[in-house]
Design a protein around this ligand. Sequence first.
Ligand code: NAD
Ligand code: UFG
Length: 337
Amino acid sequence: MKTILVTGGAGYIGSHTLILLIEAGYNVVVFDNFSNSSIESVRRVEKIVDRAIEVVEGDIRSREDLDRVFKRYKIDAVIHFAGLKAVGESVSEPIKYYENNVYGTINLCKVMSENGCKSIVFSSSATVYGNPASNPIREDFPTGATNPYGRSKLFIEEILRDIFISDNSWRIVILRYFNPVGAYKSGVIGEDPADIPNNLMPFISQTAIGKREYLSVFGDDYDTHDGTGVRDYIHVMDLADGHVKALDKIDSFNRVMTINLGTGKGYSVLDMVKAFERASGVKIPYKIAPRRAGDIATCYADPSYAREILGWEAKRGIEEMCEDSWRWQSNNPNGYR
Ligand code: NAD
Ligand code: UFG
């Protein structure tokens, strides 16, 4: 049985991925500094899978913390979710983002290599495509980030490619996520933003439970079917499944694999509002607001490479994404608190 170190395993995507990893027969060790999560998510996953999960509190920027975990467990591969992800904060605090995301990843790779663990699945983002010339977006499209968060992802991708060039016994999978939403079916785990949500789906669901007065729709004059921004929303359990499929195949890859995880379908902000209203039966008040700086009109994946290489495709549609987000939000109005 392979043991997988899951950095950032207490976070939104990490906690959902734990379930499928365990169900697929992997042993997991969670490594998290809880800067944007709480142990409660892992405790709830333990109930779902009916098994205790090893958790190490530690920081990817700390050599000692990482050494401790690699000495204690024989780690076969790492899924590296740990990172900061707030785009606006990255603009005002770029050093924090480069230190946490880029330096933290360098540190992680160093300790992995010293311990003979050279398999990593890395969480990248569709943000690395910047403002794409066309849609759907294929993996060979030009990259270019518009903010320090996005650049931290691009830098890490390049560093991982250089590591492979220097030593091709590494096995590296870079997964570029589109817009993860939704929650595990039973509604006991989900996305739990610490502050006012930056992202659309948590803002909609907090508006639905009355925590927010109304949703600001950032721009209705984009060149899209209704003028509002179009994105490729992907259910977090489909995303989680992509990680398991990547791990299942990782030993067979003899080059760095860079793979989109999206559905291939684009929905507008207003499409999502309507779908959420249908799923929850709750009316979502909204107001049209100015465009948000840095936003693009349209972004959706060409997911065919993931199908070809991983045998993976997203199965869940926006109705299910909204139903599951709503179940989590309405059962846990204060998240894990
Ligand atoms: P999240 O904030 O819920 O999870 C990240 C986890 O990493 C948190 O538990 C946090 O405490 C932990 N962490 C952060 N810095 C750490 C450090 N220095 N040491 C140890 N742990 C640390 O975010 P998420 O939505 O689950 O995202 C997971 C990954 O996927 C991130 O790398 C993110 O950039 C990437 N990603 C997310 C999205 C999205 O929209 N959610 C989209 C594309 C890519
Ligand atoms: N939006 C609103 N109102 C809000 C929040 C968002 O109208 O309150 C709109 C945005 O303008 C955009 C769409 O909803 O058109 C989606 O916005 P999100 O903030 O949910 O997602 P983004 O596509 O801007 O970015 C997200 C993550 C990035 C990641 C990217 C691609 O925040 O970190 O997806 O994976 F890089």
